[in-house]
Design a protein around this ligand. Structure first.
Ligand SMILES: NC(=O)c1ccc[n+]([C@@H]2O[C@H](COP(=O)([O-])OP(=O)(O)OC[C@H]3O[C@@H](n4cnc5c(N)ncnc54)[C@H](O)[C@@H]3O)[C@@H](O)[C@H]2O)c1
Length: 306
């Protein structure tokens, strides 16, 4: 008996890397899996049916249920087809893991508008379109009186919530995925849908280029960067056992850690009568002894002469 016997899940970008591990674990736990992958390069160029088909075949060879899909998650009709394929093949849908993602790293001043658009398109628009397509199905089912217990797991990134230099396009898209997660959780909750996001840490083609041997498995030690380490928590989040929603978790190696949502800083607050003047702000900041520089969200880079 698996933890997800009879459930149907879609995993996007499941032809390689972390998504492949999610798909394999879902199948091991008894779920029917739609293995989606466009099959392109890590910068989003090209397409190939091979990766999705190989993972689906691997699942079927191991006795599981899987179907391959080669659509682009960021294409409106493609996203609709992925959801339709789950329903046509397996009759229902219980989980969606938005994992497909690409990188086009450059310093901000060198990012072309095309590289900006493509990275935002796949990471953010793809997550939106898939969540909208699945969310519409669950809303219809809920309105028809069905008791829904469904889940979406989005893939954000530490780069997005902590701000990696060299990844302005990717970080902006992934930060938006975290925000989208919060809104989707609030909106879809009424239909019985939970929505969470992860910030994964794993050795894949996306990270090997930047970190190389530092992520390699070491003999006799737990393989901390193995992408399969990320999947148990994702499967947990997608399973009816979990009640978590609207949360973001760092997941890698042996660690799962909740990331606090944005919050107003009670220590860094200035109040005046009516509208502020620039001199008034300057004086108030100095008098309150508030931080005026440094690498924090409350910083005032370029300012802070005190
Ligand atoms: N590896 C890490 O440490 C790490 C860290 C933070 C976030 N992430 C995120 O995790 C997710 C998985 O990344 P990975 O490291 O396994 O990389 P990966 O390149 O191995 O896997 C991503 C998969 O997504 C597929 N894909 C790309 N664009 C697609 C599209 N438009 N439609 C459908 N499929 C598409 C690719 O073909 C690829 O197989 C991504 O969203 C990535 O941004 C990874």
């Amino acid at each position: 008996m698996g933890h997800l016997d009879g459930k149907t899940v879609i995993v996007t970008g499941a032809g390689r890397g972390i998504g492949r591990e999610h798909a394999l674990l879902f199948a091991q736990e008894g779920a029917n899996v739609v293995v989606n992958d466009l099959g392109g390069a890590q910068d989003g160029s090209g397409a190939a049916a091979g990766p999705a088909e190989e993972v689906a075949q691997e699942i079927r060879d191991a006795g599981g249920n899987a179907v391959a899909n080669g659509d682009d998650v960021a294409d409106e009709e493609g996203a609709a087809r992925i959801v339709a394929q789950a329903l046509e093949t397996f009759g229902d849908l219980h989980g969606l893991v938005n994992n497909a993602g690409i990188l086009r790293d450059r310093v901000l001043v060198n990012i072309s508008p095309e590289d900006w658009d493509l990275v935002v398109r796949v990471n953010l628009r793809g997550t939106f379109l898939m969540t909208r397509a699945a969310g519409n199905y669950w809303r219809e089912q809920s309105k028809a009186g069905k008791d829904i217990s469904a889940a979406v797991v989005n893939t954000s990134s530490e780069s997005g919530v902590f701000g990696n230099p060299g990844q302005a396009n990717y970080a902006a898209a992934k930060a938006a995925v975290a925000s989208l997660t919060q809104v989707a959780s609030k909106e879809l909750g009424r239909y019985g849908v939970r929505v969470n996001a992860i910030l994964p840490q794993a050795r894949t083609r996306l990270t090997e280029g930047a970190f190389g041997d530092a992520l390699a498995a070491k003999e006799g030690e737990f393989d901390r960067w193995n992408p399969a380490n990320v999947s148990p928590f994702v499967v947990y989040l997608a399973s009816p056992t979990s009640t978590l929603t609207g949360e973001v978790f760092l997941v890698g190696g042996s660690r799962v850690q909740r990331v606090k949502p944005w919050e107003k800083d009670p220590e860094w607050k200035l109040i005046t009568e009516g509208r502020w003047t620039l001199d008034g702000i300057d004086k108030a900041v100095a008098e309150a002894g508030l931080p005026t520089g440094g690498n924090t969200w409350t910083a005032n880079p370029g300012g802070g002469k005190k």
